[in-house]
Structures are given as structure tokens and as C-alpha cells.
Ligand binder design. Structure first.
Ligand code: ZN
Length: 157
């Protein structure tokens, strides 16, 4: 049963890095380095291995997010800069540790601020940080099969 599910997930997620890269593979776009079974930021640039575009850079190129956070409500209008700073701080903090967790895009209109991300856990981090800082309402829509998460955070008043 479990095996079937894993196969299915791989079929549904072409960006899944379940595949093994050879040690020392590097991403020609962001220069992340594949070491010990995961992508890391190298201490110094190392392009001696095989080049391969990492999954985060592929998602950014294709604009194909694994997670989205949508922020709305009247509170946003009055605290836009503060909320933006909070989101960017979470992103920065996570990205330093995990090269595969990055922002694809920020979009803004009068009612809403949205951020699309290369990683579903990063979306959860942002949602949790917003809720912890400002309360409000947090709604999570999660699709396990596609490993995709969409979060809605809203606060009025
Ligand atoms: Zn990359």
C-alpha cells in the first residue's frame, strides 16, 4: 500500500527530488550543491561536479509553486509593510538553511497580497508566523497527492 502511494506521488510531482543526484552535482542557476543526499548552499562556489538545474530553480523557471500564501483583510492595508517584512524575514531565515525553499513571486493588489513558493513547508512557516504575530484567521487547503498547500490568512479590524 505504502509503495503504491509513493509511486503515485512521484508521478504527480515532477519536481520531487526523490531521485538521487550524484554527489557534488551543482545547480548552474543558484549554485546549490548536492551533498550527502540533499541540496545545500556551498561554503564556496563549487562547479566541479555535474550541472543540473535544482528543483527550486525549475519551479521558479516554470512558475509552478508547491505552496501559496494569500493575505487579505483590512488589517493588511494598515500594516502592509510590517506584514511584508515578516514574510520576507521568514523566507530569508528558511532559505539560508534550505536552498530548495524559496519565493517564486510576490503579487499585490488592493485587496490581497500573495506569495508563491517552491516549497509547501515554507508556506506553512509563513502562515504560522502570521498567525503567531497577528492572530486573525488561518485557513489551510492541502492536497496530499500533489504535495501542494494553499494558505489563506485574513484579519479584519
Ligand atoms: Zn538552483
Amino acid at each position: 500500500m505504502r509503495l503504491d502511494r509513493n509511486i503515485k506521488e512521484k508521478v504527480h510531482d515532477p519536481y520531487d527530488d526523490g531521485r538521487k543526484y550524484s554527489e557534488g552535482t551543482y545547480c548552474p542557476q543558484c549554485l546549490a550543491l548536492y551533498q550527502g543526499g540533499r541540496w545545500k548552499w556551498p561554503k564556496q562556489k563549487d562547479t566541479s561536479g555535474e550541472p543540473f538545474l535544482c528543483s527550486a530553480c525549475r519551479r521558479i523557471r516554470d512558475r509552478f509553486p508547491a505552496g501559496e500564501v494569500h493575505v487579505s483583510g483590512s488589517y493588511l492595508n494598515r500594516h502592509k509593510d510590517e506584514i511584508m517584512n515578516l514574510i520576507q524575514n521568514v523566507v530569508k531565515e528558511v532559505e539560508i538553511r534550505s536552498p530548495m525553499k524559496r519565493v517564486i513571486d510576490f503579487t499585490q493588489d488592493k485587496q490581497k497580497l500573495s506569495v508563491s513558493l517552491t516549497d509547501n513547508h515554507l508556506a506553512r512557516h509563513i502562515g504560522d508566523a502570521l498567525y503567531k504575530a497577528y492572530n486573525g484567521e488561518l485557513e489551510v487547503k492541502y492536497s496530499e497527492e500533489e504535495k501542494f498547500v494553499r494558505l489563506y490568512w485574513r484579519r479584519d479590524a
